[in-house]
Design a protein around this ligand. Structure first.
Ligand code: 0X9
Ligand code: ZN
Length: 297
């Protein structure tokens, strides 16, 4: 039904999500949370144990495909969905937590990167009369929006949009997360590239008061990796400052553990032979994350 030996088009990915929801209705719920600028459905896959009483467990949110060209990100997200749903060996992960996984936050940009411009980053919305399209969805979230590392120029790769949450993709995502905010204990956003786990804040060099907890959990999670070595660093002081990012917003609404993951290796165009190794290497970290959120409840 799906494989991790090639990068799939949006229709394939959405077909697979629908197949899972039809085949495993007691585990998978496919939630339509809105539509993109070009009217594509925005899906969140809710995965829970069949014996779970709804909305009682701590939840883990994972999003992917925020930036169109970072194809390894949705590929890993679909791999995680596959493992959680289709491999009974991972039942424990469903007992520890509920999972909300959004494999493609930016479906319009993803399709555009397949058919027109492989290195497209942003969404595809049109702003005013200018000829440049697209908003950087990772500069459009409504916390400390519109400051450092986020651009006013619609032609910039880091264009922040005309206001916070100006884009249908960021509004739909944030509204959904807000509805579940009391349950979601871990926010993970998958990007590429760099092999690094990034800890808030990204907008300012101040560290959150529980920075030590975030650092410890990230170190413990990345210690499961066998093949690729990841660093764990603070965004603003050890990476680069940026405002309006989804991970800062998630932290700001009270989700304790909020991380941006930059997947391997050293370019946006990652050969298909890497998809499975990157995914298999990453998956065991979820055991560490799930075990921690289970204690927060
Ligand atoms: O710039 C981004 O949005 C992310 N990197 S990427 O190459 N995937 O585009 C990193 C965002 C991390 N946040 C901050 N630096 N504040
Ligand atoms: Zn990115």
């Amino acid at each position: 039904r799906m494989d991790w030996t090639s990068y799939h088009r949006l229709d394939d990915i959405y077909g697979y999500l629908n197949y899972l929801a039809d085949t495993y209705p007691n585990i998978v719920q496919l939630i339509d949370i809105g539509t993109s600028y070009e009217n594509r459905t925005l899906y969140v896959v809710h995965i829970s144990h069949p014996s779970s009483i709804p909305e009682t467990k701590p939840a883990i949110w994972i999003d992917a495909g925020v930036h169109a060209r970072e194809w390894i990100s949705p590929a890993l997200a679909t791999y995680i969905i596959h493992q959680l749903v289709e491999d009974p060996a991972n039942e424990g992960l469903l007992l520890s937590a509920d999972w909300y996984i959004m494999p493609l936050m930016n479906p319009d940009g993803y399709e555009y990167s397949h058919v027109k411009n492989r290195l497209w980053r942003k969404s595809r919305s049109e702003t005013g009369s200018g000829k440049c399209r697209g908003v950087d969805l990772n500069r459009n979230f409504g916390y400390q929006w519109g400051d450092r590392g986020a651009y006013v120029d619609p032609c910039a790769k880091g264009f922040r949009g005309v206001k916070a949450f100006s884009e249908p993709e960021t509004i739909a995502t944030s509204n959904f997360i807000l509805k579940k905010a009391n349950l979601i204990k871990l926010y993970l956003t998958l990007h590429s590239f760099g092999q690094v786990v990034l800890i808030p804040w990204g907008h300012s060099a101040t560290l959150p008061s529980d920075y030590g907890d975030l650092l410890a959990l990230a170190k413990s999670a990345t210690s499961t990796f066998q093949r690729y070595k990841y660093k764990v660093v603070n965004l603003a002081t050890q990476f680069y400052r940026a405002t309006g990012t989804s991970a800062d917003w998630a932290k700001s609404i009270g989700i304790k553990y909020s991380y941006t993951v930059e997947l391997p290796t050293n370019g946006f165009i990652l050969p298909v032979s890497n998809i499975l190794p990157v995914s298999q290497d990453f998956f065991p970290a979820l055991n560490v994350f799930a075990a921690e959120v289970a204690t927060l409840h």
